[in-house]
Design a protein around this ligand. Structure first.
Ligand code: HEM
Length: 140
């Protein structure tokens, strides 16, 4: 049985801030992924992600956002775009020199959400608010 590694031992909040900064710099520069974030200020999504990952990795729970299925109900996430995002995440974890336990846990968590986030097309999406657009972008 492997030893449970605490949130602080894996680098704590400081390392989540660094990784998410590198990760979203890549997403906001990516020709396909950036289209999903056109209306979202980068700092807002980074802050939400840091709080979310802190919660699911066993740190203090101060996350006030939606659960991933609800947060993405208006977004067509295909297997292909999910994998593109995953590659950028792997690069970000590597460039930030992240702790190996953190990398393993983060990638497993991401994978555990895959099934509930994937959609075959716009007909499987729902608006969260009346003002929401359905986000569906073909590969450029
Ligand atoms: C290709 C896959 C993905 C795309 C295109 C995507 C896109 C987005 C977008 C556009 C938002 C902003 C929604 C808004 O506030 O209007 C968002 C929020 C968020 N995403 Fe993703 N996402 C993806 C995968 C994931 C995965 C795998 C996770 C976690 C395991 C995740 C966690 C979150 C969280 C926690 C938020 C914040 C929710 C909130 O503020 O209430 N996303 N995502």
């Amino acid at each position: 049985m492997s030893k449970a590694v605490s949130f602080e031992e894996m680098g704590g909040r400081k390392s989540l801030i660094l990784i998410n900064k590198i990760f979203y710099d890549k997403i906001y520069a990516h020709p396909w992924l950036k289209k999903f974030f056109e209306k979202i200020p980068q700092q807002n999504i980074e802050n939400q992600q840091v709080d979310f990952m802190q919660k699911v990795l066993g740190g203090q729970n101060i996350y006030a956002g939606k659960t991933p299925p609800v947060a993405h109900m208006h977004i067509v996430i295909t297997e292909e775009i999910f994998e593109v995002r995953k590659q950028l995440l792997i690069e970000a974890l590597d460039e930030a020199n992240a702790n190996q336990h953190l990398i393993d846990k983060w990638l497993n968590l991401d994978l555990s959400f895959k099934r509930v986030l994937l959609k075959a097309g716009p007909s499987q999406c729902k608006r969260r608010y009346k003002t929401d657009e359905i986000l569906h972008f073909e590969k450029p």
